[in-house]
Design a protein around this ligand. Structure first.
Ligand SMILES: Cc1cc2nc3c(=O)[nH]c(=O)nc-3n(C[C@H](O)[C@H](O)[C@H](O)COP(=O)(O)OP(=O)(O)OC[C@H]3O[C@@H](n4cnc5c(N)ncnc54)[C@H](O)[C@@H]3O)c2cc1C
Length: 431
């Protein structure tokens, strides 16, 4: 049942909203209502598959890491090749002296959400589904806003956590701009402007890869990666693997839910040769037997001008509720390096303590936290752009060959380079 009022309204029960609510309750604020516009939870969409060390540490601080680690695969690294020869293998075991999570946890996003929602329920809080925020009204009280839902109900809140995703209604109602921090054009004509991701099962009973690491290949034909995922209800007939590849704009738009044949064709064209279905290049051909989930999208980055603001409803001179944006509502970028959900969860975990202190009357604490998260988001956006530009430059150069591959192979021998690659992706230097 929706109460008439609350101190904190969390809008959105994706990974970010769930983590924000848990961290707030753990910090001592129990007057929290969590709403989501969807009718029910977790329609199966795999999306984020990687939880990095810094995110696991953050989740551990609110008691949510253990079951995730139990359910996921501890990925030790990703072997990069030029389709045939191994070039470089950034390995997460370098992180062992810095964290108790020296791996990347491979787990589909809907399972992460399922576990976080159960953790929230154990704290006595249920998500109120079918509550889609559509508007706000002046409450007549300084610092309080009436939030309106599509189903006609209303709640008064002093703080609103906008965790409602990339198209955030909360962000729009608060009048906060959302754009690429570098003014880049979404339609950039580059090789990595379109990506395809899919979870697939191969027609072989023996593992396609070692079950604790991924592979990536980069060549003049493009980029491809593949990593194992834990078995789940949707994959009862084999080990599921996440695959991803770029589709240059010149090749046309991929179908909206790319089918198995389309994915197979690209795997054969850009993937590691030893995963090909073509017997002329691979003596033990492998075929994709089933596509569990697939999607295509344009890469795009944007950040909210500010993460913290106060709502002001038209025609009043009163400030309404304080709004804090987290997760995709605050920042989006390409999935290069698997950073999006990680950044959002870390925003959310840290928010609980800061918000609780602010509710307790401490001034400046939320402003400080908003500034810090904005800086973190900018640096992650730029990291993902660097990864994508490197991939784009190599795969569209048309001259990637022996010399370039040897240079990457040589650079990849340097332990510092491998350590830095793992460090950057882990988030430990940019929590
Ligand atoms: C194809 C794809 C692959 C990805 N791969 C990765 C990856 O490998 N690694 C990674 O870290 N990230 C990845 N991401 C990004 C990751 O999925 C997002 O960063 C993450 O889902 C953000 O979580 P969130 O809780 O902020 O938003 P969301 O997950 O979008 O959740 C928002 C919630 O708000 C609800 N909502 C929306 N509007 C309203 C409203 N008006 N009122 C009430 N509720 C509302 C929605 O129903 C939803 O439940 C990927 C994303 C995509 C699309």
């Amino acid at each position: 049942m929706l109460p008439e009022q609350t101190t904190v309204l969390v809008v959105g029960a994706g990974p970010t909203g769930l983590a924000a609510a848990i961290s707030l309750i753990k910090a001592g604020c129990n007057d929290v209502v969590v709403v989501d516009g969807a009718k029910e939870k977790s329609i199966f969409t795999s999306r984020a598959m990687a939880i990095h060390a810094a995110t696991l540490e953050a989740l551990d601080s609110i008691g949510c890491a253990d079951e995730l680690v139990e359910r996921g695969i501890k990925g030790v690294g990703i072997a990069m090749s030029d389709r045939t020869n191994k070039l470089v293998t950034p390995s997460f075991d370098y992180l062992a002296s810095y964290t108790k999570y020296p791996f990347v946890l491979l787990l589909p996003q809907h399972i992460t959400e399922e576990i976080l929602e159960r953790d929230l329920e154990e704290l006595g809080k249920e998500v109120l589904y079918s509550h889609k925020v559509v508007g706000v009204q002046d409450s007549g009280i300084e610092g309080v806003t009436s939030v309106q839902f599509e189903n006609g109900s209303v709640i008064e809140a002093k703080y609103i956590v906008g965790a409602d995703g990339a198209r955030s209604v909360v962000r729009q109602l608060a009048g906060v701009n959302f754009k690429d921090p570098d003014g880049d054009n979404i339609d950039n004509d580059n090789a990595t402007a379109q990506l395809v991701l899919a979870d697939v099962i191969f027609n072989t009973t023996s593992p396609v890869l070692p079950l604790d690491s991924g592979v990536g290949s980069i060549s003049n034909q493009g980029f491809f990666f593949c990593a194992p995922l834990p078995k789940s209800e949707e994959s009862d007939d084999g080990v599921p693997y996440r695959v991803g590849f770029n589709v240059p704009l010149a090749a046309g738009a991929p179908p909206s839910n790319p089918p198995t044949e389309y994915i197979q064709e690209h795997l054969d064209k850009v993937g590691p040769v030893n995963m090909s279905s073509d017997p002329s290049v691979n003596p033990s051909p492998i075929h994709i037997a089933k596509t569990i989930w697939s999607t295509r999208f344009r890469t795009h980055s944007a950040i909210a001008d500010k993460f913290l603001t106060k709502l002001r409803v038209d025609n009043t001179d009163r400030d309404g509720a304080v709004v804090f944006l987290v997760g995709d509502a605050a920042h989006i970028h390409s999935p290069a390096g698997g950073q999006g959900m990680n950044l959002g969860i870390r925003d959310a975990v840290g928010l609980g303590a800061s918000l609780n202190r602010s509710i307790g009357g401490e001034s400046g604490v939320l402003e400080e936290y908003a500034k810090q998260r904005h800086e973190r988001a900018l640096s992650i956006i730029r990291l993902t752009k660097r990864i994508l530009s490197f991939i784009g430059a190599v795969s569209s150069s048309g001259i990637f060959g022996g010399v370039q591959a040897t240079a990457i192979w040589l650079v990849g021998r340097i332990p510092y380079v491998r350590r830095m690659a793992a460090w950057q992706v882990s988030g430990l230097g940019n929590r």
